[in-house]
Design a protein around this ligand. Structure first.
Ligand code: NAD
Length: 415
């Protein structure tokens, strides 16, 4: 029986790890302790799990007493490195929520510790486990469209899900590394995984003209906002049981407001992003992210030497939107004929069923053959955020950034 501890008991830590670990994997995994800077939130883990889970007031003390095999990290992105390094030094493997971390320096420090300790670092890219993306990977791997030479990829967040990144810690670069790291890490990882190649050159453009200080009628947070009746972004967290319990009722312990104003001057991340990536093997990608779209979804085109895959998805991420979810995939050979290939639907479970598949692999089927390479290691975590970090630098310095400047050990053969 493997012993796990969790650091970071917010929505993700509690609902994607603690609760399922206890309720579904009790035969092979034991959650032996939790730590969070907010002790009230940490204490709630037992309530969600339906059994008493020890809460520690100090992370190192927890490692010392529990001696876990693996530490699960679900804190703010900027703190993943701190816990990953301490965990490995204490002899533990690490399961880190995406993104691995937020800066080149932090990524290098994690790598250095892994090299020194030999411990495992797994980054939980759940999209690799989504039945839909898994099938696209299978199609590419089968050679149906040949070698992928170019990618066009657009990701859309609607004004409910997208706005959420501007309500809390994600909205400050120092915490999330911007959406280029926090959110796009999923998307960059998918393409890196599909192409089985490393990104090398990155150019980025980005603006923020929708959220941020774009209107005068703003306040600190929705809960006390004088414009609550007229603002279309008003969010009443007291009406959602989980948000109420995890955040509103815990805020006296740490002052973490889950419903800050999306028009705040504090916001320093972009809401519109456009980047180009050149891969080491020669493929090119154009990518964009919009955080205020009328609907949630994506478009992806993969051009290969034998054909082309065209994907469009609309996700029903929000009950307030009168749009139903759909997925269309068209695959053409070079004669323009459409190839008929089976595409599975996702399920309604966490992230289309991806979270459950990922957990099975993490907690029960660790040694099962991974023919599609769905488990993401440290290198995959670094390459995915590598694009985001290079894009951040490109935005700042208005130049093309070469990833081999920062991750030279991975690009030794590149002239
Ligand atoms: N894979 C996915 O689909 C997915 C979805 C959501 C979140 N995430 C990731 O999960 C992580 C947590 O996200 P969330 O939405 O639950 O955020 P959250 O803010 O709800 O939870 C973060 C928790 O960490 C705690 N915390 C903050 N600083 C800490 C510190 N220094 N030490 C210990 N605890 C600290 C907070 O009190 C909070 O309980 C993030 O890295 C996020 O990127 C992944």
């Amino acid at each position: 029986m493997k012993k796990y501890v969790l650091v970071g008991c917010g929505q993700r830590g509690t609902q994607a790890y603690a609760e399922p670990l206890v309720k579904n994997y009790g035969d092979c995994a034991k959650l032996c302790g939790v730590y969070d800077i907010n002790p009230k939130r940490a204490a709630l883990v037992s309530e969600f799990c339906g059994e008493s889970i020890p809460v520690y007031d100090d992370f190192d003390k927890m490692l010392d007493i529990v001696k876990p095999d693996t530490v699960i990290i679900a804190t703010m992105d900027c703190d993943h490195d701190y816990y990953a390094i301490r965990a490995m030094k204490a002899g533990c493997d690490v399961i880190s929520e995406k993104p691995l971390t937020t800066t080149f320096e932090k990524a290098q420090a994690i790598k250095k510790t892994q090299d020194e300790t030999g411990k495992d670092v797994t980054v939980t890219f759940n999209l690799r486990f989504h039945p839909f993306f898994k099938r696209i990977k299978e199609i590419i791997s089968s050679g149906a469209v040949g070698e992928i030479l170019s990618v066009h990829f657009e990701w859309m967040l609607n004004t409910q899900h997208g706005a959420d990144y501007f309500r809390r810690w994600h909205r400050e670069r120092k915490n999330s590394g911007s959406l280029l790291i926090h959110k796009s890490t999923h998307h960059f990882d998918l393409i890196n995984w599909f192409l089985e190649d490393d990104p090398l050159y990155v150019n980025a453009f980005g603006t923020r003209r929708f959220y941020g200080s774009t209107r005068e009628q703003r306040s600190e947070r929705c809960h006390t906002c004088p414009y609550a009746k007229t603002c279309e972004f008003y969010l009443d967290i007291s009406k959602d049981d989980t948000l109420n319990k995890l955040y509103l009722e815990c805020e006296d312990a740490d002052g973490y407001f889950r419903d800050k104003c999306v028009f705040s001057e504090e916001i320093d991340i972009e809401d519109s992003l456009s980047i180009s990536v050149g891969y080491a093997g020669g493929a090119v990608m154009s990518y964009s992210l919009t955080a205020y779209s009328p609907y949630e979804g994506m478009r992806m085109i993969l051009n290969g030497t034998k054909g082309r895959i065209e994907i469009r998805t609309i996700d029903s991420h929000s009950e307030n939107y009168n749009i139903s979810s759909k997925r269309t995939v068209k695959i053409f050979n070079l004669k323009g004929e459409e190839i008929d290939i089976f595409i599975p639907k996702g399920t309604s479970a966490g992230h289309g069923g991806a979270d459950g598949e990922l957990r099975d692999r993490l907690f029960r089927d660790e040694n099962k053959t991974d023919s599609l390479g769905q488990m993401a290691d440290l290198r995959a975590g670094m390459m995915s955020i590598g694009i985001g970090m290079a894009a951040n630098l490109s935005l700042k310095e208005k130049r093309q950034v070469d990833l081999s400047e920062f991750f030279s050990e991975f690009f030794k053969d590149i002239k």
